[in-house]
Structure formats: C-alpha cells, structure tokens
Design a protein around this ligand. Structure first.
Ligand code: F6P
Length: 570
C-alpha cells in the first residue's frame, strides 16, 4: 500500500504511465499476431459468465502493473470493508450493503451491533406473500375485483433495475404470474402514466410507490395523479367505497422511510422496507425488486439473488489475478487513465437486454461521475468515462459508423448469451430461432473483430480508397453468459456493481453518493415558483427569462383555446 499518496502519485501509476508510452502506439492486430494465446491468457470464467479481455489494448506486463496499482490502492482491503458492512459511503457516513440483500438466510452480518440478515429475509417473505396473493387473484381492489394491472411508480434506481430485469427475464414468467400485468411509469411529465390511466380500469389497478427517500418529486407527482384518478372514480360513486379502502387495496409502498409512507397513508401491511445502507441504484435486490418477483415469481427472484451472491463470493475469495470484477475494472482504468479513451459503449446482443445499457448508465455514471476524492480534493486524473449503449444489432445500423471510422476512441463491452431457444416447442420455429441466434453472435464476434483488426479483418483487402478504410485498434471486452437465466443475470449485474467499486477505490472517490444531482432539484423547485408567481424573474439570466416567457405565452394560448382539445385534436 502507498498510504497517503494521490492515486496518480503511486509507484504503479507512474510505472503504468511509462509503460503506456510504448503501448499507445501498439495496434491490437500486432498484439494478436505476437501471441496465439491471448484468449487463454486474458479470459476468465465464473458464475456462468466468461469474460474475454483479450481485445483490450494491453499485454501481460500491463495487467501485472495494473494489479500492482490495485494492491497499492488496497483493493483487497476495500473489498473486505465493503462486504463486512463498514461505512464505506463516507460522505453519508453509512455502509453500502447491497450485497447483504443477497446473503442466504443462514448467513449473518453484524452491522452496528445487529445482524441485518434476518430483516432482509423478513422483507423477502413479506414480499413473497404479496406476490402470492396477487398471483392467486386474491388481492382485490376496493370494489372486490381482482387486481390485474400493477404500475410501478419510481425513477432512477427505483425504476431502471426492475425495468431492466423484468424485460430480461420475461421468458421465466411462471404460469401463476400470467394474470398480472406489470408496467412502469417514471417520467415526471406523466407521459407513461397518462397512457395507462386512459386504458386501465381503476377497479383492477394497483400502484407500487417505489422511492427510497419517498420525497422524489417525479414519483410523487405521478403518485398524486394516480391517487386522484382512483379516488375520483371509486369513492362516492355508488359502491359505498371509502378513501381508506382505496388506499389499502390499491397502493403498496417501497421505501427506506416508513414515516413518509405513513404520511402518504400507505397501509402499514402494504409497506415494504429497505434500509438507508442500500443505495438507490443498488436496490433491485430487495423490495424495490417487487415488480421483478411479480413477473418472474419468487423462486426466480431468489435465483437472481443467488447468482449475484455467487459473484460476491468470487469477488471476495478469488485472487486479484483471476477476479472478474477486478480485471474488468482494471481494463477500464487502463483505457481512461493511460490510453485516454473516455467513451465507453455497452452493446448487448440479445433483445432481452434492451435496458441493460440504460441501467449501467446510472450505475456507472451516477456512481463514479465524480471529480472530488474522499478527502475533498479535486482529482488530477479522469474518472468515469461517458457511457452509453444500445442493443448491438440495432446500434450497428446507427452509431457503429462512429466506432469504426469516427475520430473518437471508444471502448466497447459486447454482451451475449451462448445458448438460446433450445426450449422452443415447435421444431421448425426452434430451428429458425437458433439460426437467428447464431446470426446474432456472428455479428457480435465480427464487430469486435473488425474494431480490433480494422482492414486486416478483410481476407484480400486490395487497394482501398480512404473512405473505405478501417483503422481498427478500438479495444473491447466480451462477456458471454452460458445462458441468460436469473442466476447469470444476477452475476452479470453484480460483476458491474463490483467493477464500479474497484474503480472508485483506485480513483479514491465515493461511488455511493450522488451530490451532483441535488442542485438541479433545488433550482427546479425555485424555477417552478418563479413560473407560478413571476417573482424573481428579473434576477434570472436572459436565457431562462426568454424560455419562461415562451412558456407563459404558450400557457396563455392554451387557456384561450376552447374546450380540452386544440384545433389539430392534440
Ligand atoms: O436523483 C437521483 C436519485 O436520488 C437516484 O440516486 C435514485 O435512484 C433516484 O433519484 C430515485 O430516488 P428515490 O428512490 O429516493 O425516489
């Protein structure tokens, strides 16, 4: 360990800078030509995942120096502190214990003198009881009809994780889950909600208010609209239904703030709790995962937890040299800090992972989009790259042009399952779909190869005009899942969670707070007041004044329109 040194003053960082001088001009095609063993040397397998790092622009010496850097940053000690429940979230003085949410029932983890595991499993059991009741058609709305549509109202970590996983595991829906339809509304403008309210029956619709803080205006504004929609249609309309019955039969609350759920009149029996030591973007493993359990059933939800736990064990026990999250993190550090590659694209080759890139955008950028160290010093080095993504096959027809011939260096993560569709009952359809899967993987492997080799991927290149040239040398990682299952998805998500933690440890930043989102919320509140009252407009900048004037003019014209619809019917 190199004690109090800044990360970029550590001996290994300095050695890496010197090493990078020679590696910056290296081309991946030459690295592959120099060694036929790169796949064996740079690939690792655990928990149903194969991590191929051979297309990173590095060689064994690079990895060795990066591992030195990890040791100098005391990554092994940091892993222990994280998993043991120490207060690793220093700016908020609390542990970050998402891993405790996936500990088995017979485990024990003492935090502040108490074992957190029984509470975790108590909430899982309460969640299971709710899931069973909804699946069985025994959860009835205020007028006695069984609930059919469940709408999750939440945003950020209270939306993206469940949204991503329910989409990824929709194939695992058990027969008993068929009667329930699950929907997500996150945007504060009410776009998704307005659509649902126009189509669903209040008698058979239940809302999950998912919010760790229970103060997020996006979620609460949707929740207020939903509540009024229910009350105005169910209370005093001849059914003899009272307000408290509607609140009890049509709302579940999921939060770390029981007091706020009480204020909102969520019935105590319908409150699922989690704890301030679970970060919002790390929270899908507990009660925030209720929509997941509703879609997949509780057995599959528990399998998701088991897969993540398997990755936790690997993270804790595997030596750094074979530790998948550590190696994935080091590849990112190498690209950002030594090869100056500050863009990172996430490219799943499986339609079920359509929301995986959005999920990682929050996980990585909200965690590590920081420029101040634990001690409050401005970092003298880059941290989280800009991260974005899309389903790979679709992105091939959109932004891959930039990856192949643009001016930006971009690191890519290709993600795909090996096995798929062997369970399709109809033989002919199965064969077609297996062909489609093979085609998809051919594209996945081809793209990473072309990004690596450039023109050298072409068998007989001949003389080619410059607009048809590919320079290659764009590094990539490939993650292969044996099969996309609850277990491997759990392991995949945990892989990235731990990657983020290792990078934060090396960068000496806190991945568990998000102060950067607070000022915007505060100024939005002030702006709303200006919009409503006009007070304070003159003190604002010219752009804000112009935009506000434009909105006021639009509102005035809307008010002068006759009836609810304007002339063009919108
Ligand atoms: O504004 C950012 C954020 O706090 C995220 O970190 C969080 O996932 C999201 O808002 C939603 O917060 P909550 O679950 O408290 O409503």
């Amino acid at each position: 360990m190199s004690g109090d040194l800044r990360p970029d003053q550590r001996p290994a960082w300095q050695a890496l800078e010197a090493h990078a001088e020679s590696m910056r001009s290296a081309h991946l095609r030459d690295l592959f030509a120099a060694s036929t063993d790169r796949f064996a040397d740079f690939s690792r397998h655990t928990a149903g995942l194969t991590l191929d790092l051979s297309k990173q622009r590095w060689q064994p010496e690079t990895v060795s120096l990066l591992l030195d850097l990890a040791r100098e940053a005391d990554v092994p000690g940091a892993i222990e502190r994280l998993l043991n429940g120490e207060r690793v979230n220093r700016s908020e003085d609390r542990p970050a214990l998402h891993t405790a949410l996936r500990l088995p029932q017979n485990a024990s983890l003492i935090v502040d003198g108490g074992d957190v595991v029984p509470g975790v499993h108590r909430e899982l059991s309460r969640m299971e009881a709710m899931v069973d009741k909804l699946h069985a058609g025994q959860w009835r709305g205020a007028t006695g009809h069984a609930i059919r549509d469940v709408v999750n109202l939440g945003v950020g970590g209270s939306d993206l994780g469940p949204l991503m996983v329910t989409h990824a595991l929709a194939d695992y829906r058990p027969p008993e889950a068929q009667r329930i339809r699950v929907h997500f509304a996150s945007t504060m403008d009410g776009s998704q909600l307005a659509d649902y309210l126009s189509r669903f029956q209040p008698e058979t619709t239940l809302f999950i208010l998912s919010s760790k803080s229970f103060t997020t205006i996006d979620t609460l504004s949707n929740a207020r609209t939903a509540r009024d929609w229910l009350l105005s249609r169910l209370v005093g309309t001849g059914h003899g239904v009272q307000r408290d019955l509607v609140m009890r039969q049509h709302f579940i609350g999921v939060s770390a703030s029981p007091d706020k759920m009480n204020e909102w009149e969520i019935a105590p029996a319908n409150q699922l709790e989690f704890w301030d030591w679970v970060g919002g973007r790390y929270s899908l493993w507990g009660a925030i995962g209720l929509p997941i359990a509703l879609i997949t059933g509780m057995a599959n939800f528990r399998a998701l937890l088991a897969g993540a736990h398997a990755m936790d064990r690997h993270f804790q026990d595997a030596p750094l040299t074979d530790n998948l999250p550590v190696l994935l993190a080091l590849a990112g550090i190498w690209n950002v800090n030594f090869l100056d590659i500050r863009a990172h694209s996430i490219l799943p080759y499986d339609g079920r992972l359509a929301y995986f890139a959005s999920y990682l955008e929050q996980l990585e950028m909200e965690s590590n989009g920081k420029s101040v160290t634990h001690e409050g010093k401005v970092t003298s080095y880059s941290t989280c790259p800009v991260l974005w993504g899309q389903l790979g096959p679709n992105a091939q027809h959109a932004f891959y042009q930039l990856l192949h011939q643009g001016t930006q260096a971009v690191a890519c993560d290709f993600i795909a399952p090996l096995k798929r569709y062997d369970d399709v009952a109809d033989t002919a359809t199965r064969e077609h779909l297996i062909e489609q899967h093979r085609l998809t993987l051919a594209n996945c492997f081809a793209q990473s190869r072309v990004l690596m080799l450039g023109d050298d991927a072409i068998k007989a290149p001949g003389v080619r005009p410059s607009h048809k040239r590919y320079r290659g040398n764009q590094p990539s990682t490939t993650v292969l899942l044996d099969r996309l299952t609850p277990d491997t998805l759990g392991a995949l998500i945990a892989l990235y969670e731990h990657k983020v933690f290792v990078q934060a440890t090396i960068w000496d930043i806190n991945p568990f707070d998000q102060w950067g989102v607070e000022l915007g919320k505060q100024i939005a509140g002030e702006t709303e007041q200006v919009l409503t009252s006009g007070d304070g407009l003159e003190a604002m900048d010219a752009s804000s004044r112009g935009l506000i004037d434009a909105l006021w003019a639009a509102e005035a014209s809307m008010r002068s329109d006759e009836g609810p619809a304007s002339e063009d019917g919108k």
